[in-house]
Structure formats: C-alpha cells, structure tokens
Design a protein around this ligand. Structure first.
Ligand code: ZN
Ligand code: ZN
Length: 271
C-alpha cells in the first residue's frame, strides 16, 4: 500500500487541540505519511467551544514552520474546518481569504442549538432519532449552498449518542434513504469530497463517519471523490484509523483518495 494521507489533522492553533503543526509533521514522517492536511477550526456559532478562536496570521506561521520541518518528505496542506458554513459563510469570508488555503472543509457540529458531540444533556428532551433526522436535513442544506471542498464527518452524532448511552446501531440508509441520497447526489454534482473520518473507530461506537452503508451508497451513485481523515487533536490517537479507513475504501471500490493544493484536488492511489 502507498503512503497514507490524512486530510483532517488539528494543530495547537485550535483551542481543542494541543500539538504544534511542526511536531505533527515529524510524527507524520515517522508514521510514513505522504501528506497531511491541517485544519484549524473556524466556528462562528457562539455556543461552540472553539468560537471565534482562529488567529489566521499565527496559523499561517505554524504552517510555514511545518513546511520547513517537512523538508519535502511529506506534503503539507493548509486547510480550514468551517463550522456550519451555510449559516456563517459571509462572516467567515470577512475574516479569512479562502484563496489563502489549500482546502475548506465544511462541518456540521450543531443542529439548532444541540451540539452533536455532547452526551446526555443534548438528547434528554427529545426523541434522538428526530434530532438525527434533522442533522441530515441540515447537512443537505449545508452542502447545497456552501463553498467547501470536503464534507467532514457525516454522522458525527453517533459520538454524542454513544456518550449518552443511547442506541446508535441503526442504519440511517433505511430510515431516511431519500435525504441521504440527496446529500450524496449534491456532493457529486457540486464536486465536494466525502470525508471518511476514522475518529469513531477509536471511540465507543467503533465505526467510521460516514458508516460503511453510506459509503457504499455513495459509490453506487457514482461517487469517487473521497478523502480520509483521522480528526487528530492530541495524544495518544495521532493519525488513528488511517489504515483501516484505506482498507474500507478499497473494499468499497474507491481506488484513490484526494488531497488538495490551492483548492484543486489531486488523486493519490490507495494501492
Ligand atoms: Zn468537526
Ligand atoms: Zn475536526
């Protein structure tokens, strides 16, 4: 198998992560990674833990240092993870210039005012499946209008459901097939990559976001544009699950994953 790429790696430039980008480059070289896509949180939802925390100039310095550290041994990409871009994109674009980044990842972290990674407190008042259905409807809105290259962690609510001790082993492809098909079709039509996020593999739910049935459906609809990302924030789970993710992608019929330079996708062979 070729060298891995990881398109979802947080650095100490975000308040919920604590490893500097240059250090992650060293670790990437040690782990035989071929490419790292760094992301900084850009969240303008006041409820979010990372609300308005991006210092674009400092992040830029971090990336420059990381590129120097790499000495060409791995590709370093500079990305942003924008929370709820369909709601905040205008404000986001007043803060940063998207053309300064290699890629923009769109992430849905909240539905209404319910945080998807919170436990019991988020799911106490309402039927959890109702909230999950809203999550998918809101995701559809997000991918229809946002200026993004990658859709992050589709199905993140499983982390919150598992934390709350609620059932999470349902198959949403059976519950809301139309909404999910619509999301996947919009990704294909708008040339947005579907991220296979492997962070759920190290958590209680032990599953990728999205789940294998959704990944299969995406391929079945003709989707080929995928990235893989570990959502690394800190030790001890750096780059966790990349190999398992690559195996799943190959098995599902995706021979390539994508990286981005100046918002232009580049294919990398998985085999
Ligand atoms: Zn996220
Ligand atoms: Zn993230």
């Amino acid at each position: 198998m070729n060298q891995f790429s990881d398109m979802h790696v947080h650095t100490s430039d975000s308040p919920d992560a604590d490893i500097p980008a240059w250090r992650l480059v060293q670790r990437g070289v040690d782990n035989n990674l071929g490419a790292i896509g760094f992301v900084a949180h850009l969240d303008l939802n006041p409820e979010d833990f990372c609300y308005d925390s991006l210092n674009a100039a400092a992040y830029d310095e971090s990336i420059i240092r990381a590129r120097n550290e790499s000495e060409g041994r791995l590709l370093v990409m500079k990305g942003l993870e924008v929370g709820e871009p369909h709601k905040y994109e205008e404000q986001v674009k007043n803060l940063v210039n998207y053309s300064d980044y290699d890629f923009i990842t769109g992430a849905l972290h909240t539905v209404g005012n319910i945080g998807m990674i919170l436990g019991k407190e988020a799911y106490s008042d309402r039927d959890p499946l109702e909230i999950v259905e809203e999550y998918y409807i809101e995701t559809l809105r997000m991918v229809e209008v946002s200026d993004i290259d990658i859709l992050a962690h589709l199905g993140l609510f499983r982390r919150g459901l598992a934390l709350a001790g609620l059932k999470y082993d349902f198959n949403e492809m059976q519950l809301w097939p139309e909404t999910i098909d619509n999301i996947l079709r919009v990704l294909i039509d708008r040339n947005i990559a579907l991220e296979l996020n492997t962070s759920g593999l190290r958590r209680k739910e032990k599953i990728t976001y999205p789940t294998p049935p959704i990944l299969e459906r995406f391929r079945g609809l003709g989707g080929t544009f995928v990235t893989v990302g570990s959502d690394t924030h800190r030790e001890p789970h750096i780059f966790f699950g990349l190999e398992q993710g690559a195996v799943l992608l190959l098995k599902t019929g995706f021979p390539e994953v994508y990286t981005f330079l100046d918002r232009v996708p580049q294919a990398l062979d998985l085999i």
